[in-house]
Design a protein around this ligand. Sequence first.
Ligand code: CUA
Length: 311
Amino acid sequence: MGPISPFDPASGQALAISNLFILTLAIGGIVFLLVTSLVVYASIRYRSRQVGADPKQVFGNRRMEIAWTAAPAGLLLVLFGFTLHAMAVSDPPVSPSESPDMVIVAHQWWWEVRYPQDGVVTANEVHLPVGRPIRLRLESADVIHDFWVPALGRKMDATPGHPVTYSISVDKPGIYLGTCAEFCGAQHAWMRIRVVAQSPADFNRWLSQQAAVPTPAKTEAATRGAQLFQSLTCSSCHAIAGTPAQAHVGPDLTHLADRQTLGAGVLDNTPDNLKRWLTNPQAYKPGSYMPNLHLSPDQVDALVAYLESLK
Ligand code: CUA
């Protein structure tokens, strides 16, 4: 896992975009060097030798005019051809009538990730099997967001009322970071995406583990946490499989303990951080729809013991 970079593609789709970017950068770089060298050369070579007198005036040069018209036109044609190619490779056709492998719903300010064929729902962390194109349907629950993981390929807008189905794929296992790329309100910056690309065997293992109902810890604190989760307002917004909590306003918490971050990337998922988050979410993500419930330290400890045992 490295910084988000256009030079480190992890799929054929991203490679096509990266190659086009590098080609454009190289052509732009050569033109820049050529033009600046000519300006420097001409301003020295053709400067006036006598103070106060105009240099020799030149009007018109048919050959040069044809050359500086034809050369950029040729370059544009070349870039147009490569762009058409990159567009075709980075956005292979998908049939929207086929059912999607994965549905991602953008929310202010987190990502709901569903695997409808297996009944799995998670958040902010997208697991993908390597070497297999995935039909992804992207939706929005509120405003326009944009799903962008540079290592995997193009950006895609999530527009309310207008779901899109497209194809994504990844060629090598690893963790790839992405983010929301369309300004969508106060916490736009904290709509991080973490893609976990796994071998098909690891991916299937993860999927069946996510589909299972978790067994919370049997400790006294965790049991009290489970009760609090249902009796406080937590269950009006969140879902945990195998319990009466089935709301999908906020992220599904069925296997929260397996996830690596909290609040769509704002904190690493550790018991201490979950404690901080539950005590005052607005301190870490001001404006988010996770309210400060003014829980007592005791209640927070019980909820942390419960939630961090949901594997
Ligand atoms: Cu969602 Cu920006």
